[in-house]
Design a protein around this ligand. Structure first.
Ligand code: SAM
Length: 222
């Protein structure tokens, strides 16, 4: 099995099942043109996020890590009229590109962007009483995943969902002695989740156009 095959299968299902309109394609193109790294979710993953938000009838979504806003657009488009996504981004250049992409996709009204390191903006969000959220998507730097998990627990409603991306890292998650801060962040996150009685969780490995990775899916117990 090769990356080439994984990409071809992703493209097969993406072409059949995922209607990525001009605004989503433009979000990717403008991000690439501005030199942003191509580390956004794939089209099939974006649609997965969209369906997940619909499945739980999400009205309030929190995202950590906006980049050019590709996943945010998928999430925002799953929301009802009054629904909102709050998305946190540390890099002003990424935020600027994302803002334009939200306007082009017609979701600007539904998206609130907060600039700053998530560990600085999360306490502010809590102080502003912006929770509880129905869905939290953790997709910023991985080294702080334990802290992001703690904040997610504070900010997610009972029965709500927390999805954490990139927890497999091409299998790197198994390297207990790794000097990689991202791998250590994911491992500490997984260990915390395992001990946390307030959530029920699993983790799935994925292959696709973005390589070999995976995500953790948590439900906050009722
Ligand atoms: C994987 S990308 C997000 C991709 C996006 N969710 C998507 O799929 O379209 C991670 C983003 O997190 C941002 N980031 C990194 N460290 C951060 C931090 N401490 N606080 C907030 N955002 C951060 C990066 O600048 C980058 O834009």
């Amino acid at each position: 099995m090769t990356q080439e095959l994984w990409t071809a299968v992703d493209n097969y299902f993406s072409n059949l099942l995922v209607s990525e309109d001009a605004a989503l394609q433009e979000a990717l193109a403008s991000s690439a043109a501005a030199g942003l790294p191509a580390i956004q979710v794939s089209a099939v993953e974006g649609k997965f996020l969209h369906l997940l938000a619909q499945m739980i009838s999400a009205r309030k979504i929190l995202e950590m890590g906006t980049l050019g806003g590709y996943s945010t657009i998928w999430l925002a488009r799953a929301l009802p009229e009054q629904g909102r996504v709050i998305t946190l981004e540390a890099n002003p250049k990424h935020m600027e590109i994302a803002r334009k992409n939200f306007a082009r996709a017609g979701v600007a009204e539904k998206v609130e962007l907060r600039l700053g390191k998530a560990l600085d903006t999360l306490p502010q969000l809590a102080a502003d009483n912006r929770g509880p959220f129905d869905l939290v998507f953790i997709d910023a730097n991985k080294s702080n995943m334990p802290e992001y998990f703690e904040w997610s627990l504070k900010l997610t409603r009972r029965g709500g969902v927390i999805l954490a991306d990139n927890v497999v890292r091409s299998g790197g998650v198994l390297e207990a002695a790794s000097g990689d801060a991202d791998i250590q962040g994911v491992r500490r996150f997984a260990e915390m989740v395992a001990k946390e009685k307030r959530v029920s969780a699993t983790a799935l490995q994925t292959v696709g156009g973005k390589g070999y990775d995976g995500f953790a899916l948590l439900v906050v117990n009722r």
